[in-house]
Ligand binder design. Structure first.
Ligand code: SF4
Ligand code: SF4
Length: 321
């Protein structure tokens, strides 16, 4: 499902178009990529930097990713142009802000250039543990309440994309960053062939096909969004609330992606996870699991999914069995 929140973008042929600016002015063109550890922020910035360099631009890149394994904030500045003097982008000078996580995107919005800056953001929410006020599903969170529509009213041009959902439907949630690369590609004048060649150079060989498809979906999503009447509210993934029908918690743990880091085991407030004999996470005491989703949010390898099945669905499954 597409959840478009867009505003009219400048004509790419306009002298004000950021896509043309790096080519015609001495000013650097500034892209800021943000997210949390494990989402692939650095990969996005490296692809962009390499591509810009291959097109003859001078490129400077700087990044902070010290908290990568703990779901901490990660950001990378990429600047390119005829001459680039500094690797960091001053506040208010970002031409394009690409965010792989919703709250991180909002946090960095003040860096966007007023009026002409473009905001491209995944609606994926990764809620830090300290934001959980209560462990029960649906409990209030200390997390951004702004909806994509509200954000758009403050930004000249914005796209809120459920990139994670798009990547999941392709069979690889980790390709969400490449969906966003595809979206970013529509705002820069590098050829699609060059973009795809650079993406293919960066990703593992066995995932080239899925990543190229993710890139095309992201690109296609923006192109379609530009031709669609905007302002349909984008749903930020909603957690069932206690007011909903009773639910049953089901944990899906991908043993291939689990790297045995033990984070989920240590952080589960109910102590119901453990590493099995193969050092893969497993739900040892399902009856204690509250479905709080901390393990899903904290797993740096996206190996856990928490499903909250409604009682109705569970009853129907029971009847069908
Ligand atoms: S499921 Fe994730 S958090 Fe848990 S041990 Fe495996 S990699 Fe670590
Ligand atoms: S297993 Fe995951 S969802 Fe269940 S209580 Fe522990 S952290 Fe929460």
């Amino acid at each position: 499902m597409r959840d478009p929140v867009t505003t009219v973008r400048p004509d790419p042929a306009s002298p004000d178009s950021p896509a043309l600016k790096a080519d015609r002015a001495d000013d650097a063109f500034n892209v800021l990529i943000v997210g949390v550890g494990g989402q692939g922020v650095i990969m996005v910035s490296k692809v962009l930097a390499l591509l810009a360099q291959s097109q003859g631009f001078e490129v400077k890149q700087s990044e902070v990713h010290g908290m990568a394994k703990r779901g901490g904030s990660v950001f990378s500045h990429v600047r390119f142009g005829k001459r680039v003097w500094s690797p960091t982008i001053p506040k208010g000078d970002v031409d394009i802000l690409v965010a792989l996580e919703w709250a991180e995107g909002l946090r960095w919005l003040p860096f966007l250039k007023a009026g002409t800056g473009i905001f491209i953001c995944d609606t994926k929410r990764i809620v830090p543990p300290f934001a959980c006020l209560n462990r029960r599903p649906g409990a209030p969170l200390r997390y951004s309440k702004e909806t994509p529509t509200e954000v758009v009213t403050h930004v000249g041009e914005a796209y809120a994309i459920d990139a994670t959902d798009m990547a999941e439907k392709l069979g690889n949630e980790r390709a969400a960053n490449v969906v966003l690369l595809g979206a970013l590609s529509t705002a820069l004048e590098f050829s699609t062939t060059d973009w795809e060649r650079t993406v293919a150079e960066f990703v593992p060989k066995k995932t080239v096909a899925v990543n190229l498809e993710a890139f095309r979906r992201g690109r296609g999503w923006i192109e379609e969004a530009r031709n669609t009447t905007p302002a349909v509210e984008a749903p930020v993934t909603r957690t069932p609330t206690p007011a909903d029908a009773a639910y049953r918690v089901r944990l899906e743990i991908n043993p291939v992606w689990c790297k045995s880091c033990d984070i989920c085991v240590k952080m589960c407030p109910e102590h119901c996870l453990r590493l099995n004999a193969d050092r893969i996470a497993e739900l040892a005491e399902p009856e204690r699991c509250t479905g709080c989703r901390l393990c899903e949010w904290l797993c740096p390898d996206f190996a856990i999914r928490v499903h909250l099945d409604s009682a109705g669905a569970v009853a129907q499954q029971g009847l069908a069995q």
